[in-house]
Write a protein that binds this ligand. Structure first.
Ligand code: OGA
Ligand code: NI
Length: 446
């Protein structure tokens, strides 16, 4: 236990890769999901053989009106799409996969030099969240910061294989450029002024970039576990490079999980919680999860493109109207992800909770400070309303209870939203919010 205490984790860290390589025929109890969350559970799984897949968007003319329409439709209807002709050279994608596969295949002693801790999450890790006794996912990862420059520290980056650093730098520079093109298309597709989303991220210079390489080893009982629990991405937007051979990502669609059939060398792009907030839930951050399998390991590289971490993020005023009241109060990404870090992935409960706080306690357009909202959100005793999106309010603005369909349509399927009620606030003095006492706010795994 001394080892666990020194590392900052609540218990000794077990590498999933080591479990996998031990050759055991069964997985430890901690990785076994409750029945309803297993990939094999009754919640229908729609395989791509049935013809349902996330939309594919061609980015060969990223500035065109047609591209903006296709991007916007995918962000509204699915929160996910595959980008083809995205402009990032194929050879670079191959090199990026190759160097990271090379890292995970180094001897354990080499990888352990980069063992991470929950203080910064940077480095080689095997869990998210610090709840003692929590159920764990069947995956290891490597997390690192690329931007802003003051968070980049090469000593946290592996030096083996030798071209890992250079390749990862080049890869993140190229994918950051793609994120900027995607943001422009998303903005045009929203019908708001040019540069509005990018400005809300703090401009091209202000936006944050971090990378998490996910490594899912082979699993002897894949039907009982998940490589990554159901979650929505807390940041702005995610650009994911998936394995070129092995599928595993599933996206929530109504009451089913759609297994993504990756197009070769495409990127999978998804909306994160911050863009859901900025667009007042016009674009949606949708739950997803990862299945593992017995035959093959799987590697994916997620690049998270985030708002400048101390800027308040709130719905753009032009997307707020009497018919569509503001759903969220301003909250910075630092405040938001501190909450996630403490709790680990929990479906969409975090962004839903944020809307619920506003719905119950805040006058629409009111002036409560973001810090007051954050302290509500972060109060440790606050029960989580939902763990899973399939149990959210049927009238919740970001719930996805529309019937499943094959093709996307233009109409907004969501029911009208109730106006927030005004409720007297208690006059009990509050202790300072925990995040104000936590010096590590800037450094999390998303
Ligand atoms: C993530 C994620 C999916 C995958 O890293 O947030 O959802 O396929 N990854 O690894
Ligand atoms: Ni994700």
């Amino acid at each position: 236990m001394a080892e666990a205490a020194a590392s900052g984790w609540p218990e000794p860290v077990v590498r999933v890769q080591a479990l996998s390589e031990s050759g055991a025929a069964t997985i430890p109890e901690r990785y076994v999901r409750p029945e309803a969350e297993r990939p094999s559970s009754a919640a229908a799984t729609v395989d791509t053989d049935g013809g349902v897949n996330i939309p594919v968007v061609d980015l060969s003319s990223p500035g065109s009106a047609a591209t903006a329409r296709a991007v916007a439709e995918a962000c509204r209807e699915w929160g996910f799409f595959q980008a083809v002709n995205h402009g990032v050279p194929q050879a670079l994608l191959r090199r990026a996969r190759g160097v990271w596969r090379g890292f995970f295949h180094q001897p354990m002693e080499v990888k352990q030099r980069y063992a991470n801790s929950p203080a910064t999450y940077e480095g080689y890790g095997s869990r998210l969240g610090v709840d003692k006794g929590a159920r764990l996912d069947w995956g290891d990862y490597y997390f690192l910061h690329v931007r802003p420059p003051h968070l980049l520290s090469y000593d946290k980056w592996p030096y083996l294989p030798p071209d890992l650093r250079e390749t990862t730098e080049e890869y993140s520079r190229e994918v950051k450029g793609l994120c900027e093109r995607l943001m422009a298309a998303m903005t045009t597709g929203l019908g708001v002024g040019e540069g509005r989303l990018q400005a809300a991220f703090g401009g091209e210079e202000g936006a944050g970039v971090c990378v998490r390489v996910n490594y899912y080893p082979r699993c002897p009982q894949p039907e009982l576990t998940l490589g990554l629990s159901s979650h929505s991405d807390p940041g702005g937007m995610t650009v994911l490079l998936v394995d070129d051979r092995v599928k595993g990502l599933q996206v929530r669609r109504a009451n089913a999980w759609v297994t993504v059939q990756p197009v070769c060398d495409a990127f999978i792009v998804n909306v994160g919680d911050q863009i859901q907030v900025l667009t007042n839930a016009v674009y949606r951050s949708v739950e997803h999860r990862v299945m593992v399998n017995a035959a093959d390991e799987r590697l994916s590289i997620a690049l998270f493109y985030n708002p400048k971490s101390d800027l308040p993020v709130a719905p753009l005023p032009e997307l707020v109207s009497p018919e569509r009241p503001r759903l969220y109060m301003p909250m910075s990404f630092d405040e938001y992800r501190l909450y996630i870090r403490r709790n680990g992935p929990r479906g969409k409960s975090q962004v839903d909770r944020l809307a619920q706080i506003n719905k119950d306690d805040k006058p629409a357009g009111g002036s409560d400070s973001p810090l007051a909202v954050a302290s509500d959100l972060l109060r440790p005793s606050q029960p989580h309303r939902h763990h899973r999106k399939d149990v959210t309010d049927p009238d919740h603005p970001s719930a996805i209870h529309e019937p499943r369909r094959n093709t996307v349509v233009d109409k907004d399927p969501r029911p009208p939203h109730r106006l927030p009620r005004r409720r007297p606030r208690p006059v009990v003095p509050e202790p300072p919010p925990r995040y104000l006492r936590d010096p590590l706010v800037a450094l999390f795994p998303f």
